[in-house]
Design a protein around this ligand. Sequence first.
Ligand code: PGA
Length: 247
Amino acid sequence: MKYFIGNWKMFGVPKSISILHKINAYYSRDKKRNKYKVIITPPYTLIESYSRYFKNKRISLGAQNCYHRDYFSSNTAAISPYMLKSVGAKYTLVGHSDNRGEGDTDVMLKEKVKYAIKNNLKVVFCIGENKKDKNNKKTLSVLKRQLTKVLEKKFNKNNIIVAYEPIWSIGTGKIPTSNELRKTTIYIKKILKAIFKKASPAVLYGGSVDGSNAQMFKEIKEIDGFLIGGASKTSKKFIDIIKNYYR
Ligand code: PGA
């Protein structure tokens, strides 16, 4: 099973649901549809109305983040995994580099993963090196640290999807070479197998994925799908990725 996850970031108002209608229409009639899953993570404000509409449809909804506490608390503006589940989210991103940049620590990320799973959300755990790490050839050690500081066997690999997103690639149009990406993905799966004591969770790639590079990723069988930012904000660009991937 491959995953195509659209991360809308700070984008979208109620009427943007028309984008999902078009994606859903394509997905519902695509002969390849059983090979992949489509998940969209709109901003918090849209999860309830969208998930109500898409309840019995093929697209699933998720959140872009969650707070590192369960249930209710006195933290202003915080949204817990329990609250997300109650409005129909099935997934949540955790550890996106935007949020790590805003102060999410490994300790907080571990709490987020724990409470998300407790509330029956599947976690899309994001990791990735920055430009400096890459230039200093620290990519693999950074990824290993990000994975081992947060993930544990008890979380159960079926609740986790890992998204590898090199920070230098996000929103820049730059992507790793296919050789580099294959090696990195294999390495991530090796670390994950060691953590989960046998099979690895799915590992996605994210960072400037679009219709024009989707086919190149197809060569890398180890990649289980994509986390798509900019190109998920129009139905055409998002559908083009799926089309070109399965061409
Ligand atoms: P991008 O973003 O596809 O716009 O590079 C990916 C992400 O940040 O998840």
